[in-house]
Design a binder for this molecule. Structure first.
Ligand code: SF4
Length: 350
């Protein structure tokens, strides 16, 4: 596969995560559990971590929500980004409570002294900030058209606030719900500044429509070498965003060594729950950096034969499920044993 040449950018750090330039493109997501139920948030972050999520964003809608940061931080490992709007006190409290990074638009804090207070603390704590311009946040009283120019100008306004303080640990995103507007905005911006880019299509949609819409837009950006971290925005379980993100990177040749899960389309011969089994395997194997192909086939008719090249696979067979390796039937296997058997096989591969 032809290699994509990545756009040159500055390099920023969020905890253990290094982003930008030639560093691997990170797949990120956002929790949607109730922020005032820290146990639920922690459970969700751990699921995201297990799926390979490298940066988790948490909405911090009020001051009380920042109180949970130390507890959440101490029980999870993945870098955390607080999502803050309007109230500068939330940003200050989040930094004091140990958040690793922030997503904010200083312009929507409005008063200069309050903005300065936030930027001073960001600088003191050396926190990386994502400036996230999106079509919903563009100031319509100033930009009549909600187009790519408005997105770029709006982002630049926010960026200049940090640049006035000689602070450049920034990531920038310019998302629209419209694919072409998003692509134009990122391309224009990348000619003006060299900050690492978080790429995504805002409010992309359901698991099905959102994945296609995001992939359509982000594939073009990635092909242009743009994007240092990405989110596939989907309604529902955020783990699906991570799986979709890795899938896209793998298909674009930007994630070296990966587990490929192939599944038959199912038909009247299907002998077990192919979709659920393939989903579970994909969920657990998406971040693993090993070249292994796993096949989940509904029946033995086309099972091991059609998927004979797969390193390991399962196929339905008259009320039973068989395990096969390189097209050779090994033994019968119970449905509940499949995931552990496959993970164990992958673990043993070099
Ligand atoms: S592998 Fe079997 S169950 Fe799956 S689509 Fe082909 S014939 Fe149908």
């Amino acid at each position: 596969m032809q290699m994509i040449k990545r756009h040159k950018t500055r390099v920023v750090r969020i905890g253990s995560l290094v982003l930008g330039n030639s560093h691997p493109i990170a797949v990120e997501s956002m929790t949607n559990a109730n922020v005032h139920e820290p146990d639920a948030i922690i459970r969700q972050i751990r699921e995201l971590e297990r799926a390979g999520c490298r940066l988790v964003r948490i909405a911090l809608p009020d001051l009380a929500s920042t109180e949970h940061i130390p507890f959440i931080r101490s029980r999870t490992r993945v870098p955390l980004m607080g999502d803050i709007h309007f109230d500068h006190r939330i940003a200050l409290a989040a930094m004091d409570k140990g958040i690793d990074s922030l997503r904010l638009n200083p312009g929507n804090i409005r008063q200069k002294e309050k903005i300065a207070e936030v930027v001073r603390k960001v600088k003191e704590k050396k926190i990386t900030v994502r400036i996230g311009a999106n079509s919903g946040s563009v100031d319509r009283s100033r930009y009549r058209k909600n187009d790519s120019d408005a997105l770029v100008k709006s982002a630049l306004e926010h960026i200049r606030i940090f640049e006035q303080f000689q602070y450049r640990n920034l990531i920038v995103s310019l998302k629209s719900t419209d694919i072409l507007t998003t692509i134009r905005a990122y391309k224009k911006f990348s000619r003006l500044r060299n900050y690492p880019l978080h790429i995504g299509i805002t409010e992309a949609g359901t698991r099905f429509s959102g994945s296609i819409k995001s992939a359509a837009g982000l594939a073009i950006l990635l092909y242009e070498g743009l994007g240092d971290t990405l989110r596939i925005s989907l309604a529902g379980d955020p783990v699906h965003e991570v799986i979709a993100g890795y899938r896209l990177l793998k298909d674009m040749g930007l994630y070296k060594k990966s587990v490929e899960v192939i599944a038959c389309p199912t038909c009247g011969r299907t002998g077990f729950d192919v979709e659920r089994t393939a989903d579970e395997i994909e969920q657990r194997t998406s971040p693993i950096r090993k070249d292994v192909t796993v096949a989940v086939m509904g029946c033995i008719v086309n099972g091991p034969g059609e998927a004979g090249e797969a390193d390991i696979g399962v196929a339905g067979s008259g009320g039973r499920i068989i395990l096969f390796k390189k097209g050779r039937v090994i033994r019968n296997i119970k449905r509940k044993e499949i995931l552990a058997e496959i993970l164990d096989f992958i673990e043993k591969q070099k």
